[in-house]
Design a protein around this ligand. Structure first.
Ligand SMILES: [Zn+2]
Length: 123
């Protein structure tokens, strides 16, 4: 069975490869299922309807047997133009929210900085 992870990221093309490469370098993962929204950290921590995101995560977890979820925020996000401090809080809040749905998954919060390097915010 392939080892799967699930990545909840912004749709911004600049962050896709840095995050996927970091995940594959940091964890024993064969494939990463990717779910995107403009400003994913704001969407998951806010009041928006996230039912479609939850449906995608459920397929990744229940059918693809993903055991790790990553929530990503990034520098210069046009879909969520807030200060880094707020991004980091939103990432932590997103992780906590997803833990309430998937308490048995490892859920890791990531920040992509101005150098397009990945930092762990929470795990
Ligand atoms: Zn963005």
């Amino acid at each position: 069975m392939d080892i799967r992870a699930t990545c909840l990221n912004c749709m911004d093309g600049r962050v896709q490869l840095p995050v996927l490469q970091w995940i594959k370098a940091s964890y024993p993962v064969d494939f990463v299922d990717v779910i995107t929204e403009a400003g994913m950290d704001a969407v998951l921590s806010g009041q928006a309807d996230i039912s479609e995101i939850l449906r995608s995560i459920a397929i990744s977890v229940n059918l693809n047997k993903s055991t790790r979820l990553f929530v990503v925020g990034h520098n210069d996000c046009r879909g969520n133009p807030v200060e880094e401090k707020i991004h980091r809080q939103q990432i932590r809040d997103s992780v906590e929210r997803l833990k309430s749905y998937w308490p048995n998954q490892e859920i890791v919060g990531l920040w992509v900085n101005a150098s397009w390097s990945v930092e762990v915010v929470s795990k």
